[in-house]
Design a protein around this ligand. Structure first.
Ligand code: ATP
Ligand code: MG
Length: 715
């Protein structure tokens, strides 16, 4: 083999893959073995050594972050030459193809993309549209889920009919058809369409397909284990099996998207279907210590459906993997803070640290503790709890209760919800306030507005005075938050937004705990002041600001492909990891949860800490938790377990008091709601403060309400 600086930093197997003759290559290897490194070096090799034009290379991965990192790494190796412009996620590549040829795909040139919110809105609208005659028992969120799942598995509306299992399924199928027709008629596409329309466009247009086959000589795909059938077909089409050489890299042990239609079998299919595939295996792990890798390997070996690989660590030894069992989510968060402080006092940087968890909702308690400890952080793939619009809206009122002269909070409250005070009047009021050297609150109280604006301003003044008076009585933070929600009109504003409703319940559920946990404030300050200090809110529009060192919070799914010196993996509990849903499903679903944990563990480079609680509050409801079954599977000499002395004294105690459905609501009950009037309870979901009530109102139709917020009166 020729010596080449680009190949110097690679081991023999990696070198073989990078400098392989033009053709198909499958790199099948475990986590941290340098698959992505090989892919990036291959691109640099093609451009730098074989003089391949960057535009004839298509380089694909799954997340925007991975794509960004790939672009940087490729550019770094190219020493001034350009990386391929066709480098991105499957979605971005398809979007670009559709944009270039909208008509070939049956779209207008100004076609619009429906994001998740718009998609839900459309589904809700179709379900409620009288002409379609849908039962009002069908929920929009479930409809979106059903439609997306069919799309992920590559099933068009006309393919669905044959497989219907129930009447409800038939209704979903009908909705799917109407949804698709509406989208096509308006030239709207959702994320699923982006892939399937591109595939259909290329499959149905020989000239166009030929053009791209001539353009792309090399196609490289990272994380191939997560390719679904539509993506596979796209690659197959574009490569024409032989017009382009395809390099696919992947690890079946990290396949975590089968619920979105992905299948690691596509790696084997690639191997069989494409001619003369050069199979390369990489067996050295350059990322983690041997201790961490042993734990990961032991866990992975419990999966039955796997190809099986050997993986040894380049970095021998390392520190023990810690397994910490704590009392509840607050002690867990405190432990996370302690670990981070210890890491930093040992010379580590905040940038090195990632906290990983199964679901986004689990970030909330960690965020509070970090906020309280003044540790900067960023939440990947989701807004920080206190930056969510709904939460900031309520907090604006809470801040005004504390201090009505907070102009930023007042500006926000004046607009959310809208109460007839226009942006222009608000601007004018601000100017007057500035000119007179008074606060916006003072200006608002004396404002001379006309018409609806006047009424709105009066209403706002009354709300703030009311909350201010309540605040004087030193209430618990949760009581103040709840009152703010009730009187501000925000509950109605977010009535259809289940996510926001859940955040409200979370906020009420945790407000008192946050105040208690915040120790930096003066002890004689009361709970509301401590709560506000802990959450340290800025309700104004925050710019990105200077990039500070901060730790990263993300779900296990979004951590794929990344690596961090210190990984703190929380909530290793039955019902979380493995998820509740997987427990009631097949062995395959359980294996996918195991792989998800494997992905999490193999993100760690130097140190790994696993945590779990004995009891945890979720959605305002505390329940006892059992440790994840996976802990027993990964246990071994590398694990150092630590359990606190104080055992959890378990009493089922939802934050608002009472257990289960203590709102006294049963199916068939007649209830009265302040705004919607009288109706009948038709369904109950969830428990404790997370209890959701479906009420069929005589005049307002069926509404789903959070029992803890709706203040329903039994009739
Ligand atoms: P994952 O399965 O998690 O996606 P991967 O197989 O893609 O992992 P990479 O991210 O490419 O692995 O590499 C893991 C780490 O090991 C990176 O920090 C990479 O730079 C380093 N690495 C890989 N190969 C070598 C090598 N030959 N010499 C030194 N470091 C290497
Ligand atoms: Mg990788």
């Amino acid at each position: 083999m020729t010596e080449h600086p680009l190949l110097d930093s690679l081991n023999p197997e990696q070198r073989e893959a990078v400098s392989a003759p033009v053709g198909h290559v499958l790199v099948l290897a475990g986590a941290g073995s340098g698959k992505t490194r090989v892919l990036v070096h291959r691109v640099a090799w093609l451009i730098g050594e074989l003089n391949v034009k960057p535009d004839s290379i298509l380089q694909v991965t799954f997340t925007n972050r991975a794509a960004r990192e790939m672009r940087e790494r490729t550019a770094g190796l190219l020493q001034g030459r350009y990386p391929p412009s066709w480098l991105g996620t499957f979605h971005s590549v398809c979007y670009r193809l559709l944009r270039s040829h909208p008509n070939a795909a049956g779209l207008e040139s100004g076609f619009r993309i429906l994001d998740a919110d718009a998609q839900k809105q459309l589904v809700r609208q179709l379900l409620r549209d009288g002409q379609h005659n849908f039962s009002d028992k069908l929920e929009p969120a479930a409809g979106v889920g059903r439609i997306s799942a069919w799309k992920d598995f590559g099933r068009a509306p006309e393919d669905v009919d044959a497989h219907l299992e129930s009447e409800t399924e038939a209704e979903w199928a009908r909705l799917y058809r109407i949804y698709n027709d509406t989208c096509r008629a308006n030239s709207w596409i959702d994320f699923g369409d982006m892939l399937s329309l591109t595939r259909d466009m290329l499959a149905g247009n020989e000239a166009l397909l030929e053009r791209y086959r001539e353009q792309f000589w090399h196609i490289l795909v990272d994380e191939f284990q997560d390719v679904n059938s539509v993506q596979y077909e796209l690659i197959r089409l574009l490569s024409g099996l032989e017009s382009a050489g395809v390099m696919a890299v992947g690890d079946d042990d990290q396949s975590i998207y089968s619920w979105r239609g992905a299948s690691a079998d596509n790696m084997m299919r690639f191997h069989e279907e494409f001619p003369d595939v050069n199979l390369v295996r990489l067996e050295r792990n350059y990322r983690s210590t041997q201790q961490i890798l042993n734990v990961a390997n032991r866990l992975a070996s419990c999966n039955r459906s796997r190809i099986g690989k050997t993986l040894t660590a380049e970095h021998s030894g390392g520190e023990a993997v810690e397994y910490v069992v704590v009392r509840d989510e607050r002690t867990e968060a405190a432990e996370v803070v302690t670990q981070i402080k210890r890491w930093c006092s040992g010379g580590g940087s905040l940038e090195d640290v990632a906290v990983l968890y199964r679901n986004n909702v689990l970030s909330r308690s960690i965020e509070f503790a970090l906020q309280g400890a003044g540790i900067p952080y960023i939440v990947y793939g989701g807004a920080r709890f206190f930056e969510r619009a709904s939460v900031r809206d309520v907090m604006a009122y809470v801040l005004l209760a504390e201090n009505p002269h907070d102009d930023l909070a007042l500006r926000r409250a004046a607009m959310r919800p809208r109460r007839g005070i226009g942006e222009r009047s608000l601007e004018k009021l601000s100017e007057q306030a500035r000119a007179r050297g008074v606060s916006l609150w003072q200006a608002l109280q004396e404002a001379e507005l006309s018409g609806r604006g006047r009424q709105g301003a009066q209403e706002l003044v009354e709300i703030i005075r009311h909350l201010g008076a309540l605040r004087e009585r030193r209430p618990a933070p949760s009581a103040l938050v709840e009152e703010a929600l009730q009187v501000s009109g925000l509950l109605e504003l977010y009535e259809d937004d289940e996510g926001a409703q859940e955040h409200f319940v979370e906020l009420i559920g945790c407000a008192d705990g946050v105040a208690e946990g915040f120790t930096d404030a003066e002890q004689d300050e009361d709970a509301v002041t401590r709560f506000l200090a802990a959450t340290a809110l800025d309700t104004g529009d925050q710019g990105e600001g200077e990039v500070r060192e901060r730790i990263k919070l993300m779900t296990l799914h979004s951590a794929k492909g990344l690596e961090f010196p210190l990984v703190l993996l929380t909530a290793l509990e039955e019902g979380i990891l493995p998820s509740e849903r997987s427990l009631n499903a097949s062995e395959d679903a359980l294996e996918e949860e195991r792989r998800l944990l494997y992905v999490g563990i193999t993100r760690a480079m130097r140190q790994l800490v696993l945590l779990r609680c004995q009891a945890r509050m979720l959605y305002g409801h505390t329940s006892r938790r059992a440790g994840s079954r996976f802990v027993a599977e990964l246990s071994g000499p590398e694990i150092q377990a630590r359990t606190p002395q104080d055992r959890f004294d378990f009493t089922d105690s939802p934050a608002g008091g009472g257990e289960g459905n203590d709102y006294g609501l049963k199916l068939g009950d007649t209830v009265r709601h302040r705004k919607f009037g009288v109706g009948e309870v038709v369904r109950l979901e969830g428990s404790g403060e997370g209890l959701r009530v479906h009420v069929n109102f005589r005049n307002a139709g069926t509404r789903i309400l959070m029992a803890s917020l709706a203040r329903l009166e039994l009739q």
